[in-house]
Design a protein around this ligand. Structure first.
Ligand code: 6PG
Length: 472
């Protein structure tokens, strides 16, 4: 009997779509799901007539796969991944490969890789981005694990991944060892949080300053999507503004409660960045923005107590719209600069040997942060693979230079009107900090030495110093 080439466990929407994508690209598939009802429905529905073989026990599933087996898990991150692996192990042969395609925390992936590799199995943590549509028609894939094991699945992954418009290249590459694939996916998600918050702030300022309608916002974002901001998230935003609520007839966005949810990947990135000592203030502001938004009841109470400015915006509407577009782009560059710097730092810390230019390349299509501007990031790394920060690339430097007056004017308007722009302000402060030859940390060092004898270095000679701060 012919065995199936690829196995998938976990028939949620992502799993069902991914499997159809694999099969459409000419690879036979076996599927297993904990509840057999879901499997039956899938086989009778979307999988009908396709080379997708159902299995109703894990043994039947494992036996139906050719060796070395390639088994992908799309189950909930956390304990379900460990539980599934534990059930699989007694049924597998050495050399078989398990791929975890969920949003697992990278240290869990490191641990699982070590455990499984020590028992002779191969293990991959693979970031999968692009939501349900991406899984079906072409996601961006970030696989991390042993390079040799990747060869076993490379043709499948290359076939199913999204293809970049510019050159038709598949949006997948071998990322690196251990948990690197999930690490890169975590950074992708943090950047996603930053992008979303920056877009929301742009909307908020324009709404509060100019009182624009949903239709006007639709037109503005659709216009922005034709230029340098062209990206999936700007396109999604433009489309969000078109949708009317079926119950009230109002724009749906206006009846949605302003409490943002999160599953934690952005928060993980902020925690890890603090651990590694790499500043990502825009992304952390985005996480904080979601947290503050979720404290709705407290905010409603505070709104009736705390005051802000009463000023109205009096300038030209079009001028503000254009300035916000420029501020959004400059802020976005700073946010990606932070994300890429963290990747660089993590690559050193965990020996991931990441190629930042290629990572930007595989984000060009399929994933949530796909954007025209990712080509510019790849080009920057092609010019200098050792770039310490995207901001010092000549082209990005010029791009920011041309927009910084507008950027500053937008933040000033937000301050004058009392509109919170935490992520945009954080981007600007990052830019101003990074370009400062001298920061006020001399004073912090003096304070530390004053109250705790923590010592300091001097600008005029090497060594470690402590002063007697008592002034006689
Ligand atoms: C993707 C997304 C996805 C993520 C959701 C929800 O790349 O397809 O990043 O993996 O889970 O966007 O994330 P939050 O619930 O944390 O907003």
């Amino acid at each position: 009997m012919n065995k199936q080439v690829f196995g998938l466990i976990g028939l949620g929407v992502m799993g069902q779509n991914f499997v159809q994508n694999v099969e459409r690209n000419g690879f036979s598939v076996a599927v297993y799901n904990r509840s057999s009802e879901t499997t039956e429905k899938f086989i009778a529905g979307p999988a009908a007539g396709k080379n997708i073989k159902p299995a109703y026990t894990l043994k039947e599933f494992v036996d139906s796969l050719e060796s070395p087996r390639r088994i992908m898990l799309l189950v909930k991150a956390g304990a379900p991944v460990d539980a599934t692996i534990q059930q699989l192990i007694p049924l597998l042969d050495k050399g078989d490969l398990i791929i975890d395609g969920g949003n697992s925390f990278f240290t869990d992936t490191e641990r699982r890789a070590k455990e499984l590799e020590s028992q002779g199995f191969n293990f991959f943590g693979m970031g999968v981005s692009g939501g349900e549509e991406g899984a079906l028609w072409g996601p961006s894939l970030m696989p991390g694990g042993s390079r040799d094991a990747y060869k076993e699945v490379e043709p499948i992954m290359k076939a199913v991944a999204a293809k970049a418009e510019e050159d038709g290249e598949s949006c997948v590459t071998y990322i690196g060892p251990g948990g690197s694939g999930h690490y890169v996916k975590m950074v992708h998600n943090g950047i996603e949080y930053g992008d979303m918050q920056l877009i929301a702030e742009a909307y908020d300022l324009l709404k509060q300053a100019l009182g624009l309608s949903a239709q006007q916002f639709h037109e503005i974002f659709a216009e922005w999507n034709k230029g340098e901001l062209s990206s999936f998230l700007i396109e999604v935003t433009a489309n969000v503004f078109k949708k009317l609520d079926e119950e009230t007839g109002k724009p749906l966005v206006d009846v949605i409660l302003d409490k943002a949810g999160q599953k934690g990947t952005g928060k993980w990135m902020s925690i890890n960045a603090l651990d590694l000592g790499s500043a990502i203030p825009t992304i952390t502001s985005a996480v904080d923005g979601r947290i503050l938004s979720s404290q709705k009841e407290e905010r409603v109470n505070a709104a009736s107590i705390l005051t802000g400015p009463t000023k109205k915006y009096e300038g030209s509407s079009q001028k503000l719209i254009d300035a916000v577009r420029d501020a959004l782009y400059a802020s976005k560059i700073c946010s990606y600069a932070q994300g890429m710097s963290l990747l660089k730092r993590a690559s050193e810390e965990y020996n991931y040997n990441l190629d930042l230019g290629i990572i930007a390349k595989i984000w060009r299509a399929g994933c949530i942060i796909r954007a025209r501007f990712l080509n510019d990031i790849t080009n920057a790394y092609n010019r200098n693979n050792e770039l310490p920060n995207l901001l010092v690339d000549g082209e990005f430097q010029k791009t920011i230079d041309a927009r910084q007056d507008a950027w500053r004017s937008v933040i000033k308007s937000a301050i004058d009107l009392g509109v919170p722009m935490p992520a945009m302000s954080a981007s600007l402060a990052y830019y101003d900090s990074y370009r400062s030859e001298r920061l006020p940390a001399n004073l912090i060092q003096a304070q530390r030495d004053f109250f705790g004898a923590h010592t300091f270095e001097r600008i005029d000679k090497p060594g470690i110093f402590h002063a007697d701060w008592e002034v006689k």
